[in-house]
Design a protein around this ligand. Sequence first.
Ligand SMILES: Nc1ncnc2c1ncn2[C@@H]1O[C@H](COP(=O)(O)OP(=O)(O)OP(=O)(O)O)[C@@H](O)[C@H]1O
Ligand SMILES: [Mg+2]
Length: 385
Amino acid sequence: MPRVSSRNGHRPQPFASVEEVTSRLGDVGYLADRALATTVFLQARLGKPLLLEGPAGVGKTQLAKALAAATGRPLLRLQCYEGQDETKALYEWDYGKQMLYTQILREKIAQIVADADDLAGAVEAIGAHDSVFFSERFLAERPLLRAIRSPEPVVLLVDEVDRADEALEAVLLEMLAEYQVSVPELGTFTAEHVPLVVLTSNNTRDLSAALKRRCLHLFLGYPSAERELEIIRSKSTGLPDAVSGHLVDVVRGLREQGLRKPPGISEAIDWARTLALLGATEPDAGLLEDTISVVAKYDRDVERALRVLPALAEGERPAPAPEPGGADSADDPGTGAALRAARDTPGRHGAGYYGERTGSPAEPRRVSGSQGERSFVANHGRRTR
Ligand SMILES: Nc1ncnc2c1ncn2[C@@H]1O[C@H](COP(=O)(O)OP(=O)(O)OP(=O)(O)O)[C@@H](O)[C@H]1O
Ligand SMILES: [Mg+2]
């Protein structure tokens, strides 16, 4: 298969054609439609990040994982959340390790300050050795810097970027503009291999026009009935085709009912597995009702869903209900916060999903002055690796 060289001339492009994108993603279990495959192809060719926006559970995150699997590249993931600061995205100095070294080396340090007459002199003497402690040995890379410094090409997933504060969005923007990160104490690191970058957003807040401009932008909506059936089939749920087809129609009908959390592809797959476990061999309204909690996660959604299920199970299409969050909707103010809360179903993410996140929302971490200001493409010694 013909491959075109990458910008540094050493690495082949990951995909030779749109068709190859479709087939290689298909090989790793991700069924992409033409629009998505074309965008991925262009992304790889143009070296641009891909910004995927769309409702929950339509395969945004999964695309990045599939891209990594299809190209054999490691996946680096930055999970965004409110209050996250750049030290968790870029790098921080490994304070614990620095302390450990100073403890172990205290005799040596004592020698360094031994000749100092006063405190200022001692500080000066220690200061002359700053570079030892702010060196690569003590640099704790976070996903963005790791992606830039990686000796091999990677896929970088910046997940749920709409949850990040605007300050972090600005950091991302700068990093994505040049694929460079500047660490004032060390210099500017430039990516040897442009990473395949996927940003996802559920649109809980508007992203800046600048970020959108920087990216190839694609709205990933719910798939067609045929594709959704294909996806369910590909997951070997054990549900007979006829029931799966029926299920897809029911799920699509539910999506029109203005639920607070409309079912995504993932819920459709879960529902198919559940029905298979319960031995469903034909469309059965009773079984659908009994298992509605698999797809409806809020009391009000369950109520609404149960109201329309009999009609949906009969193949009818009840009148669509208004979207939640209208101006007159008391329980759903329609703000980004409400949308986020709606998506935060318990167990949605496993333990450790948010990386080093400790509190909620996290207090911005303080970065000491000695660690220097983070700036990008600053006037520091340019460092290419
Ligand atoms: N095109 C697809 N091909 C195969 N499986 C898919 C596809 N789209 C979605 N899925 C399935 O749906 C699941 C949910 O997808 P994913 O977690 O990527 O959704 P998401 O859009 O990131 O949702 P959220 O906004 O809630 O994070 C995946 O684990 C995968 O099993
Ligand atoms: Mg996701």
